[in-house]
Ligand binder design. Structure first.
Ligand SMILES: C[S@@+](CC[C@H](N)C(=O)[O-])C[C@H]1O[C@@H](n2cnc3c(N)ncnc32)[C@H](O)[C@@H]1O
Length: 347
């Protein structure tokens, strides 16, 4: 792993924890995924520069309630959340993206406190840099250490480098991209990185009707379809592939029993795709799919169970007015001084 820390100025450090072998990892994962049966590609690769910009457009779509509802909770409850965080607190955000919702929290913290150290972590390097520069311009009291790398590298960085109490943020229901076992295991990893005074603020989307869910991931303007197909564009560009976008459909299905939305790219015809840099021919039958992502949904009981199994103690939970989304504040089970344990509030 290469780790390069560039101090841009006294308020901004950019730590590049991406592997020099990023390209190699992408090539390896594409080969593994497209030669497997059934075919699959890891959803983290959806977020190159174009993918990150497309995701920002998704956040504004009328069907994509996820961002709106979480933002609603944050706007209503930012003051309350700040009061539950130790002073000072370093905010460490996993998969920060545009940090648009986090701004609400940053603003609330800086209303009460003079300075704040924010550590956004994201695989999308350009988005991370642009966002950090914009935030530093907007908030005088802010200091940013941006970590370009995956979640695990961000946790490692936090554990080895940050001394102050921390609040880990994992918003946007990104936990839903993990299956239920992997979600528990990853929460345990976060828990093991936390000290007794640290907190985790976790946004988790709730189970709801098929109709609402399938429309959220298959919008009428086709932006989510473009986001999904951008993965093929990325393979074409970075690995010299010859995917014809017109011959694949974006398809979304809600598996109610499993409680997950599945995203697929489905071949409309029998065809063989060539990926030159992998010296690979990938045969597709008609209707064969590449699975490109899950979005698991949770009931409130499932969230409690998830927390228990990861040794985390719910300190507070907030829901939006329509009970579509939950924001959960957790501490380690052995943390002391928890106020209002297990309380739930609606905005
Ligand atoms: C669904 S978006 C959420 C963005 C933002 N947190 C929000 O709530 O709007 C997921 C973000 O996590 C980043 N991401 C995805 N997989 C990641 C990984 N394994 N490690 C680090 N970042 C990741 C993506 O680049 C993207 O910015």
């Amino acid at each position: 792993m290469t780790s390069l820390a560039h101090t841009i100025n006294e308020r901004f450090t950019f730590v590049d924890q991406t592997e020099k072998e990023d390209q190699t990892a992408f090539a390896r994962d594409v080969r593994i995924g497209l030669t497997a049966s059934p075919k699959h590609l890891p959803c983290r690769y959806l977020y190159d520069r174009t993918g990150s910009l497309l995701f920002e457009r998704i956040c504004d779509l009328p069907e994509y309630y996820v961002t709106r509802t979480e933002r609603e909770i944050l706007r209503e409850r930012a003051g309350e959340i700040c009061d539950l965080l130790p002073d000072p607190t370093t905010l460490v955000e996993l998969g920060s993206g545009s940090s648009a919702k986090t701004r609400v929290l940053i603003e609330a913290i800086l209303t009460d406190r003079e300075t704040l150290h924010y550590v956004p972590v994201d695989v999308s390097r350009e988005m991370l840099r642009t966002t950090s520069v914009a935030l530093l311009k907007a908030f005088d009291g802010l200091e940013i250490t941006a970590v370009a790398g995956d979640y695990r590298k961000g946790l490692c960085f936090a554990e080895n480098t940050l001394d102050e109490p921390k609040c880990f943020l994992w918003l946007g229901s990104s936990i839903g991209n993990f299956d239920r076992v992997a979600a528990r295991d990853f929460l345990r990893l976060i828990r093991d990185t936390m000290t007794e005074s640290d907190r985790l603020l976790l946004g988790i989307d709730l189970r709801k009707s098929r109709d609402v869910l399938e429309r959220a991931y298959d919008d009428s303007q086709g932006v989510t379809a473009q986001f999904n197909k951008n993965l093929l564009v990325r393979i074409n560009r970075e690995l010299d592939g010859d995917f014809n976008l017109e011959s694949f459909d974006h398809r979304v299905h809600y598996d109610e029993e499993a409680g997950r939305v599945e995203m697929h790219l489905v071949s409309k015809v029998e065809q063989t795709v060539r990926i030159d840099r992998l010296a690979l021919n990938v045969p597709f039958t008609r209707n064969e799919s590449i699975h490109t992502g899950y979005s698991y949904k949770y009931s409130l009981d499932e969230i409690d169970e998830l927390a228990r199994s990861a040794d985390l103690r719910p300190q507070r939970r907030w829901l939006d007015a329509q009970r579509r989304f939950s924001l959960n504040l957790f501490a380690r089970t052995d943390a002391c001084n928890l106020q209002n344990p297990l309380a739930t509030a609606k905005t």
